[in-house]
Design a protein around this ligand. Structure first.
Ligand code: ATR
Length: 270
């Protein structure tokens, strides 16, 4: 039996057990997948416990992604580039390797909906951990430009300075945005607080994909995009895609995602 878990605080709401159970069925592997709550100060103790109980690895969710990176002995390039990790693998020799599949998760889900990201213009809203993870993977797809906008402008500038060798990154205020974009990604947590973002309408065309990383709720950002005739997507597909990448790391096989996404969308809408 392959034992896996997701560690979070909170963790009750996590859809990872359902996603991984569907993937495991598809791949013909047996898994046990648990939700593990950790007190904020106990993360490394929680991980060590799982390792001692012969778990093969764990997913890590909010707020432990940075600690997961720090806990690991080795880092895959995906984690090294952003300094946060959401997948841990426990090795036979007792060491732990950290990966980050969040970035490739959003790239895969956006590409599924809009085609190649190469040469597309992206407006990325936010400059926290979620934005950082997405930015690195998006830049690897060679978009024509990524414009970063954040409520606290200095954080967007810091992010630009960290990644500007990897592609064409600019920073802007909301008011100064002047060009239409192919893709707008909301990586802020504004949707969770039901707050509207002051995005000027002229960044939208009917072809623009407005993508909110939040899932399971229609955020003010997505409502605004819909009202103005743009394409919209929540972040459920990203969640499924990052999990599929996790399967590739743990089992060497990337499962098919479309049917799992459809099943999950039904579950979330109930
Ligand atoms: P995460 O790891 O989920 O990205 P974070 O690092 O706390 O979490 O970042 C949250 C992001 O959402 C930040 O970009 C934050 O903007 P600030 O840097 O100005 O704090 C953004 N954010 C949160 N609430 C927001 C709101 N109501 N309006 C606009 N941006 C908001």
């Amino acid at each position: 039996m392959n034992k896996l878990a997701v560690i979070g605080n909170p963790v009750k709401h996590s859809l990872s057990p359902q996603i991984f159970t569907l993937f495991a069925k598809q791949m013909g592997v047996e898994i046990q997948y648990d939700k593990v709550f950790s007190e904020l100060k106990d993360f490394s103790h929680t991980v060590t416990n799982l390792r001692e109980q012969d778990y093969m690895g764990a997913n890590v969710t909010v707020p432990f992604k940075q600690e997961a990176f720090e806990f690991a002995d080795e880092h895959a390039p995906s984690a090294q580039a952003v300094g946060v990790a959401n997948v841990l693998i426990f090795q036979e020799d007792g060491s732990t390797i950290a990966h980050n599949t969040d970035g490739i998760g959003i790239v895969n889900d956006v590409s599924r909906q809009i085609g190649e990201i190469k040469d597309k213009s992206i407006l990325l809203l936010g400059a926290g951990g979620a934005a950082k993870g997405a930015l690195y993977s998006l830049l690897q797809q060679q978009p024509s430009k990524v414009t970063l906008v954040n409520r606290t402008a200095s954080r967007a500038v810091e992010l630009r300075e960290q990644f500007e060798q990897l592609g064409n990154i600019q920073t802007s205020s909301f008011e100064a945005l002047s060009q239409p974009c192919d893709i707008i990604i909301n990586a802020t947590s504004s949707g969770l607080h039901n707050t509207k973002l002051p995005i000027p309408i002229h960044v939208l065309t009917q072809q623009t994909l407005c993508y909110d990383m939040v899932y399971g709720k229609s955020t003010p950002f997505l409502q605004w995009a819909e009202e103005n005739g743009a394409q919209t997507s929540d972040g459920l597909g990203m969640l499924v895609e990052q999990a599929a990448e996790g399967c590739k790391i743990w089992f060497g096989e990337r499962p098919e995602t479309a049917t799992v996404l459809a099943a999950l969308a039904q579950l979330v809408s109930k």
